[in-house]
Design a protein around this ligand. Structure first.
Ligand code: FAD
Ligand code: MLT
Ligand code: ZN
Length: 485
């Protein structure tokens, strides 16, 4: 594991006792109070194998009522709790650090209703993203977000991390598409804002607090979310560009020429392409005869194939004429489109296979975004590491990944806080979409001002006075601020 050395178990939390297990069993039934070694091992470990906790019990409620009773008990006994959905989080937020109770939402997977006129979906938090998409497809709708682990991650986990993903440029953030939430607070109180309404200005928009809170303020039990119609026509371009400036100009061109049908604008560098093709031989290289420093995935989604194709041709003609793109391919059938998306979606899977990954997820001014990758590549030249850059160019969000054979403290010390300072200097965000979890909590001050962090602490104190919800995550005991301000 890669334990966060600085953190110590907080003695105000109780240790699990036989009596607690009896209470949980009375509420949930014995099959939903899991203590076998194998399940504990996999649930204590994060997707990257970077963080490993020591929880002794997993709870699996099926209803909000059960969840509420469990929380009331944990709060009375001061038992710390980690909510866990698909456990695909990339900041170590979904696994315990010490002996926190793991509260899994997988059994809360019922769809309550879908309104085929408004597009409002109401479901339990444990519904898997891909399964919601399947349910909606029958009615001609899709979920307003898409990301690699769609067959594993749950909508409650997505909302709790405020996941961005591959279609944010089109459908916006979950802060816009979530209509309402049902949340169980630390003491078991159920906050029900499960409205299907698009508009509701009756005071504070309470649900927003829980979107991106990473399970530190309450446990999301239900989600009401606005879903867009499933696009009838989709095209995906895979384009090679010679430098970052050409990538930026291609983005501007895409916004102008593709306009309302533009649905994704992603990038990867040649290092990401090479690593993915090398680690995952089943992944197809969309441009086998072309080598370039950067590749772009530019997707259109619309209602009329001919209309979109004519826009796409116009765009390509101009981009070629202005020498923005060196080569490319256009996919219009779903199999070919899926194949190209596989490449993009599997970069982090390939990194996992290659060894250990120091993973960063930054918001930066788009023009400077790749400079971080180049700078770090230069800085780490003396190590046998691979520095990989990819991400959501259309959202100014870069994923900087440093791949090593084994964890290496020297590499880590050359990376942190260097990369966080780099971002703070440019007023970026040290976590664009993955959250702070346990990985980045101590660096919150590199993006948020001290008064804002204090206000977060006040909110935490109000909603979870015993601090039992996902302790040691998001809000650190001691905040460090950037060295150069
Ligand atoms: P988990 O990992 O189980 O939990 C995430 C956090 O939310 C934890 O802090 C957990 O305690 C908390 N939580 C979970 N459920 C609840 C609940 N019901 N109530 C309160 N708190 C809860 N993220 C992106 O934003 N964009 C991407 O493109 C993207 N791509 C990814 C690709 C891969 C291959 C992988 C492995 C991850 C990717 N991620 C991405 C990160 C991750 O998948 C997302 O953050 C996802 O939204 C997490 O969902 P989950 O169900 O796995 O949640
Ligand atoms: C992605 O965009 O591929 C995800 O956020 C996962 C990652 O950053 O590795
Ligand atoms: Zn991402």
């Amino acid at each position: 594991g890669f334990a966060c050395q600085a953190v110590q178990r907080d003695s105000r939390y109780a240790a699990l006792q036989r009596l607690d297990v009896d209470v949980f069993t009375a509420i949930l039934g014995s099959q939903n109070v899991v203590q076998d070694t194998e399940t504990l091992q996999s649930s204590n470990r994060d997707w990257m194998g970077k963080y490993v906790g020591q929880s002794q019990v997993i709870l699996r409620p099926s209803s909000t009522q059960e969840l509420s009773k469990v929380m009331a008990h944990c709060n009375d006994r001061k038992l710390a709790v980690v909510p866990q959905a698909g456990n695909t989080g990339l900041a170590g937020g979904s696994v315990p650090i010490f002996d926190e109770v793991i509260l899994q939402t997988a059994q809360m997977n019922r769809i309550h209703s879908f309104d085929e006129v408004s597009g409002a979906l109401q479901c339990q938090a444990g519904c898997i993203l891909g399964e919601l998409n399947e349910h909606l497809a029958a009615a001609g709708y899709v979920m307003p977000l898409d990301l690699g682990p769609k067959d594993k991650c749950q909508i409650g986990g997505n909302v709790s991390t405020n996941a961005g993903g591959l279609k944010l440029i089109r459908y916006g953030s979950l802060h816009g598409s979530v209509l309402g939430l049902e949340v169980v607070l630390a003491n078991g109180t159920i906050i029900d804002t499960m409205t299907p309404l698009r508009k509701d200005n009756t005071g504070y928009d309470v649900k927003q607090l829980f979107i991106g809170a990473e399970g530190t303020l309450g446990i999301i039990s239900g989600v009401s979310i606005l879903c867009p119609p499933k696009p009838a026509a989709v095209n995906l371009m895979f384009l090679a560009v010679q430098d970052w400036s050409a990538a930026l100009q291609t983005f501007v061109r895409a916004k102008r020429k593709l306009a309302e049908v533009l649905s994704a604008f992603e990038f990867l560098d040649s290092s990401a392409l090479d690593l993915t093709l090398h680690q995952l031989p089943h992944i197809v290289n969309p441009l086998p005869d072309h080598q370039a420093p950067f590749y772009l995935l530019v997707e259109t989604s619309g209602s009329n194939g001919d209309h979109d194709q004519s826009k796409l041709k116009d765009f390509l003609k101009e981009a070629k004429h202005d020498k923005l793109i060196q080569g490319g391919t256009v996919a219009s059938d779903s199999a070919h489109i899926g194949e190209i998306w596989q490449l993009r979606e599997n970069i982090s899977v390939a990194l996992n296979k290659a060894g250990k990954t120091y993973k960063y997820d930054m918001s930066l001014p788009v023009a400077e975004m790749y400079g971080l990758v180049e700078d770090v590549r230069q800085r780490l030249q003396k190590y046998p590491v691979r520095v990989v850059g990819y991400g959501h160019l259309g959202d100014s969000n870069v994923h900087l990944n440093v791949s090593t054979e084994e964890w290496d403290d020297d590499v880590l010390h050359d990376l942190e806080p260097y990369v966080y300072d780099w971002v703070a200097d440019r007023k970026g965000s040290i976590s664009a979409e993955h959250g702070l979890g346990q990985m980045k909590s101590q660096y919150i001050g590199y993006t948020k001002q001290p008064d804002t962090v204090d206000m977060m602490r006040d909110l935490k104190q109000l909603l979870d006075p015993n601090g039992i919800l996902n302790p040691y995550k998001v809000l650190p005991e001691h905040v460090s601020f950037p060295s150069a301000v």
